[in-house]
Design a protein around this ligand. Structure first.
Ligand code: PLP
Length: 415
């Protein structure tokens, strides 16, 4: 057992919390599962599993259009999640919350719908060197379509954005600044409040990709003054296929619908269609009702622990893990920002990340290896891939010890 310091916030009982996650109770290849891949998708507590099951067993009906009891119940449960998301992000009204499939769809919705009427040839969209592909490609597609230019905020060797370079990129042609709140590949927490303020000073709008922030820290879109903010349900302990896009009312009202179909209309004739008010204008077709209800249960669950407590505990895990991995000869952590979420991305001299991941898997340890959908980040650090251990509040110090022991084994096998 490691002699490194283990600090646990008062009242935080990780073993109690782990009881809520059935998936964590299994063995993989005869070893207890050590799940260190929460940045890819987080595990689901019983509260979420039960909410989805209850919907299918008791309330299942399509929403919004039915007068019968089941439809009323389903609608109420689904819309309740919108109210919970409003609170979770501290939005002004429920109408500013649009249900989407996830952060990817949230970004595509804005790039497509807002971009259609607001970007002209010669305009510029600013993103950062830290982005996930889902906050690069939609903007690239928009720029190609409109003859606009994509500009990229560079970062330093720790994985921190260079704000003085960002300042230089801003100008009268900047229409949108789209950056991630937390980097999935490195864990860097960006100073998004500052980034938004600088964009606004230049007259540009902002979109914050909160996919990796929502599970780890309190978010306040009003305090950030973000114009758009999006996150995925499955990374915040909810189901896949559901997420939230927040947008300021004034901006959403001015944007055309993203998709056409049922539920997003007021009236339809062959000559003309009028669109529904917010938020339904952006919600064509039968949505992921069960997913929406599951997301509500997930937000309740996270709130029951408290995001401040979660952030404090995960910070201790990160400090402990950083020290523990730092003691392994030949291992280099990629991404050493001062402000960091609980992500440990690393390379080991002479051993390919896929080999590391495979050997760890045989020991029951689930990590992610590859480019993490952030190829430009890998290029910046001149590595083809990293091994990434991403932590959540259900992880333990003992699991980090298991990771370090697993890596010693990797080294024995490949040296
Ligand atoms: N943005 C970041 C920073 C991510 O880490 C991810 C997923 O890993 C996404 C966006 C895309 O999320 P999703 O695939 O849930 O739409």
């Amino acid at each position: 057992m490691s002699t490194l310091t283990r600090v646990v916030p008062a009242g935080f009982d990780v073993e109690r919390i782990r009881e809520d996650f059935p998936v964590l109770k299994q063995s993989i290849h005869g070893k207890p599962l050590v799940y260190l891949d929460s940045a890819a998708t987080a595990q689901k507590p019983n509260a979420v599993i039960d909410a989805i099951r209850r919907f299918h067993e008791v309330d299942c009906a399509n929403i919004h259009r039915g007068v019968h009891e089941l439809s009323q119940r389903s609608t109420a449960a689904y819309e309740e999640t919108r109210a919970k998301a409003k609170k979770f992000l501290n939005a002004r009204t429920k109408n500013e919350l649009i249900f989407v499939r996830g952060a990817t769809e949230g970004i595509n919705l804005v790039a497509s719908s807002w971009g259609r009427g607001n970007v002209k040839p010669g305009d510029e969209i600013v993103i950062s060197a830290l982005e996930h592909h889902s906050n690069i490609v939609p903007w690239q597609m928009l720029c190609e379509d409109k003859g606009a230019k994509l500009r990229v905020i560079p970062m330093n060797d720790r994985g921190e954005l260079l704000l003085e370079e960002y300042e230089k990129l801003l100008g009268p042609r900047t229409r949108m600044v789209a950056v991630t709140h937390v980097s999935n590949a490195l864990g860097t927490i960006n100073p998004v409040g500052r980034i938004v303020e600088m964009a606004h000073r230049a007259g540009a709008l902002t979109l914050i990709d909160g996919a990796q922030a929502a599970p780890h820290m309190k978010i306040d879109v009003q305090a950030l003054d973000a114009d758009f903010y999006t996150f995925s349900g499955h990374k915040v302990f909810g189901p896949t296929g559901i997420g939230i896009l927040y947008g300021k009312t004034r901006l959403l009202n001015a944007m055309p619908p993203y998709q056409g179909g049922g539920d997003m209309i007021k009236t339809v004739t062959f000559e003309k269609t009028t669109y529904a008010d917010l938020p339904y204008k952006f919600e064509a077709g039968t949505p992921n009702i069960a997913g929406g209800i599951g997301l509500g249960a997930a937000l309740d669950y996270v709130n029951s622990i408290g995001l401040d407590t979660i952030a404090a505990y995960e910070h201790e895990l990160l400090v402990y893990g950083t020290e523990a991995l730092g003691e392994i000869p030949g291992l280099r952590i990629v991404g050493t920002a001062k402000e960091k979420a609980a992500v440990l991305s690393f390379v080991i001299d002479g051993i390919h990340p896929h080999d590391i991941g495979t050997v760890l898997d045989r020991q029951g340890i689930a990590v992610r290896t590859g480019h993490h959908c952030a190829q430009p980040v890998m290029d910046r650090f001149r590595v083809p891939a990293t091994t990434r251990a991403s932590l959540a509040f259900y992880n333990t110090f003992a699991e980090i010890d298991a990771l370090t022991a697993g890596l010693q084994k990797v080294k024995e096998i490949f040296s």
